[in-house]
Design a binder for this molecule. Structure first.
Ligand SMILES: [Zn+2]
Length: 216
């Protein structure tokens, strides 16, 4: 038994092709599976990665599903967009995006840049009450001038910005498609070494469907 099993790569004699979902067979005594349409996939017995040799794309498996392992922020972004789209058609709205922690280095910088762009766009529409703002800023400047160099850490611009809107985003500074993004912290759950993200959801449609907006 053991001997015949070891003729095959780690995923056994047959897998589903991650691309076309056809059953594809292993080449015995190799780590390779061969899809008629998509060519060779190689299973790594140590990492349990499945790599498409032609494109170098990589998948990991969890409970019979392949999860593409992303190396570019756009890849995971599009995958999240598809999942949001699916939720929407099923009558749910997402309330939060939980991304696997291993992607934090990949997408944090990207999301920060992306959020700055979105906020810049939004501020085009929220410029109206700038009178009061510049007023209070001026007051604060005076105030901090009076207080002299006692509290150098208190920057004049910092406080007047903390309106309720900004408080929302400070609880989760990263957002994607208007939804707060957090990273999964449970290192002990092996599922999070494979899956890419999870969506927290509730029944109901978004007030207005926001997820396409960013692609226009
Ligand atoms: Zn295929």
């Amino acid at each position: 038994m053991l001997n015949s099993a070891s003729q095959y790569p780690i995923f056994g004699p047959e897998i589903q092709c991650p691309h076309c979902r056809q059953a594809i067979a292993a080449l015995t005594l190799t780590d390779t599976y061969l899809c008629q349409r998509h060519g060779a996939f190689e299973a790594n017995p140590d990492t349990r990665d499945l790599v498409h040799l032609q494109s170098n794309r990589c998948w990991r498996e969890w409970e019979g599903e392949w999860y593409r392992q992303h190396t570019h922020p756009d890849g995971i972004r599009f995958e999240i967009h598809e999942a949001l789209d699916r939720l929407y058609t099923e009558g749910f709205r997402a309330t939060q995006i939980v991304v696997a922690r291993r992607y934090k280095p990949l997408i944090s910088a990207y999301l920060e840049r992306y959020n700055r762009q979105v906020m810049a766009t939004q501020s085009l529409y929220s410029d109206a009450p700038s009178f009061e703002r510049s007023d209070s800023r001026a007051n604060r400047k005076e105030l901090s001038a009076k207080e002299a160099a006692g509290k150098p850490s208190q920057k004049p611009g910092d406080h007047h910005n903390s309106t309720s809107k900004d408080k929302d985003s400070s609880s989760s500074p990263l957002r994607l498609y208007g939804l707060p993004v957090t990273f999964n912290h449970d290192e002990n759950d092996p599922r999070w070494g494979v899956i890419n993200f999870a969506l927290e959801k509730e029944v109901g449609l978004p007030a207005r469907y926001p997820y396409f907006r960013m692609f226009e």
